[in-house]
Design a protein around this ligand. Structure first.
Ligand code: FES
Length: 118
């Protein structure tokens, strides 16, 4: 197993930023109709920055691990910068090659993030 696969497995088993926020500034959710999986995000924004972010997920290991890794990455960052994050960024962040089906799983949290910051 590569170091990246181990990191993904670790985030899946012990997700960071999992849960809910009382009185969030915004919520978003996204659903993958192909598999029925869902990611929900909640955040508190202060001065255009992500002060707090939490997620809940019903989904596969890749989607949950990528939500955990992505929420770690976005904490403390400016909303405007987060709008630029794309598929290539997610691939780099996760560090593993994913086939066309699995890449959808990895992008689900990013789609939820884009909904959150619009
Ligand atoms: Fe549904 Fe991965 S199989 S998001």
């Amino acid at each position: 197993m590569s170091i990246y696969q181990e990191i993904i497995l670790e985030h899946y088993k012990n997700p960071h930023n999992f849960g809910t926020i009382k009185n969030p500034s915004k919520r978003s959710s996204i659903f993958n109709p192909l598999c029925g999986d869902k990611i929900e995000l909640e955040a508190i924004f202060k001065k255009g920055k992500v002060e707090k972010i939490k997620f809940r997920a019903q989904g596969c290991a890749i989607s949950q691990a990528s939500a955990s890794i992505l929420t770690d990455h976005v904490l403390g960052r400016i909303k405007e910068d987060l709008k630029k994050l794309d598929k290539d960024f997610m691939i780099k962040l996760l560090g593993i090659e994913l086939g066309p089906n699995r890449i959808k799983c990895a992008l689900l949290p990013l789609e939820a993030l884009h909904k959150l910051i619009t």
